[in-house]
Design a protein around this ligand. Structure first.
Ligand code: UD1
Ligand code: UDP
Length: 372
């Protein structure tokens, strides 16, 4: 039987985490020749994930520069990705999510008339500027994709509303749960000086629409929480984007009961999520993972595309106003009853078998559409 070449592409930390189980599942299929391309839109953040999951990249475009602008990044990615496509001539390309890497990969695939499979398809806020530029990336990628792997029914419905054909949409859950369950099983110890009896509040932030005043507000809210709750300890792994590090270190470094760290390796981050009582975050992935670990997330954004978690009450949108963040965090820290309402363990993003379902659909597609 003909061997099919599948090119898997990832450029940032969350793509590597969510693609790692897909790459492994594809590599288990003898009829597939799996090639991995990293754009390295991220560098340090990305490399630590590939190391943890033992993934070797066949091509590395190494495009990251300090504080890269979107136009520079987009242009570099297009020529780099296209030259790899020219070399590899894949039968199908797979990428996950809504970063610039993913959007450009789908466009490069389209220019070569190569089928593109989109993992985590159909997420929408219906506000093109929030998250920015990710919402536009999702919509554009959605319309350039051949196969759509939607994590939830809501994502499937979003795609149907935009005219995507039902037979090309597969609801598979989110591959982040595959990665999370495997990693949580490692039971990596928490290597951090935190008093044993402290209640841990975990914080992450990196969204572009929060740069400036919103991130200032978030930091002031964290400071107030650390003063109001001396029995709590805040852990904040700071994203290396200079727009984030400058604000966070200016406002929070050296403060008692606040640990600012470099971004944590995924297994260490999972260990902190497990230890946390609540999580404050504007991350997409964290909104999907934390419910599976029974941890309430207060989402530091005005809107979210992760509606399944919001609807079952395991995450809550709190926005980026200082008073709102302090009030909603206090509600959970003060009341066991309020806490239990959110920490239900309901996990709407799958059962840890998404990658196998995606792989089966890809193999089926390739066999059905093979050129004789
Ligand atoms: C990117 C994605 C965003 C995703 C996020 C995950 C786009 C436009 N944005 O945002 O959708 O949620 O990744 O984290 O695709 N940097 C480093 N080392 C790293 C990574 C980043 O120093 O390993 C710094 C660099 O100065 C870089 C800057 O962060 O220029 C911004 O990186 P970039 O990939 O443009 O955007 P993110 O804000 O990380
Ligand atoms: N994460 C990590 N180390 C950290 C912070 C986050 O490994 O210090 C993981 C987190 O568990 C999730 C992913 O990174 O799987 C989310 O990445 P990010 O928030 O940067 O991107 P988003 O999901 O918002 O696109």
């Amino acid at each position: 039987m003909k061997k099919f070449t599948v090119l898997c592409v990832a450029g940032t930390r969350p793509e590597a985490i969510k693609m790692a189980p897909v790459i492994k599942a594809l590599k288990d299929v003898p009829e597939l020749n799996v090639i991995v391309l990293t754009t390295a839109q991220h560098r340090g953040l990305l490399d630590q994930v590939f190391t943890l999951f033992d993934i070797q990249c066949d091509y590395d475009l190494n495009v990251m520069t300090q504080n890269q602008t979107l136009p520079e990044l987009t242009a570099k990615l297009m020529t780099g990705i296209d030259s790899v496509l020219d070399n590899v001539k894949p039968d199908l390309i797979v990428a996950q999510g809504d970063t610039t890497t993913v959007f450009v990969t789908s466009l490069a695939a389209f220019y070569r008339k190569t089928p593109f499979a989109h993992v985590e398809a159909g997420l929408r806020t219906n506000n093109l500027y929030s998250p920015f530029p990710e919402e536009a990336n999702r919509v554009l990628t959605g319309h350039l994709s051949t196969l759509h792997f939607a994590p939830t029914q809501t994502s499937r419905e979003n795609l149907l509303k935009e005219g995507i054909r039902a037979e090309n949409i597969h609801v598979c859950g989110n591959t982040v749960i595959d990665a999370l369950l495997e990693t949580a099983n490692l039971d990596t110890p928490l290597e951090m000086a935190i008093p044993d009896d402290a209640r841990v509040i975990l914080v992450t932030s990196h969204r572009r629409e929060n740069f400036g005043q919103a991130l200032d507000n978030i930091c002031h809210a964290i400071l107030r929480l650390s003063e109001k709750y001396p029995d709590c300890h805040i852990v904040y792994p700071v994203h290396p984007n200079p727009n984030v590090t400058e604000t966070v270190t200016r406002l929070l470094s050296g403060k008692p009961r606040i640990t600012l760290t470099k971004p944590l390796e995924y297994d260490k981050f999972v260990a902190v999520m497990k230890r946390a009582v609540i999580i404050l975050s504007d991350s997409g992935g964290v909104q999907e993972e934390a419910p599976a670990l029974r941890k309430p997330v207060l989402v530091l954004r005005r809107e979210t595309e992760r509606l399944a978690a919001l609807r079952c009450g395991v995450t809550r949108l709190v926005g980026t106003e200082e008073d709102d963040i302090v009030r909603e965090a206090s509600r959970l820290l003060d009341s066991e009853e309020e806490y239990k309402k959110m920490a239900t363990g309901e996990s709407p993003y799958g059962d840890g078998h998404s990658s196998k379902k995606i792989t089966a659909a890809i193999v089926e597609y390739l066999k059905t559409h093979q050129q004789s």
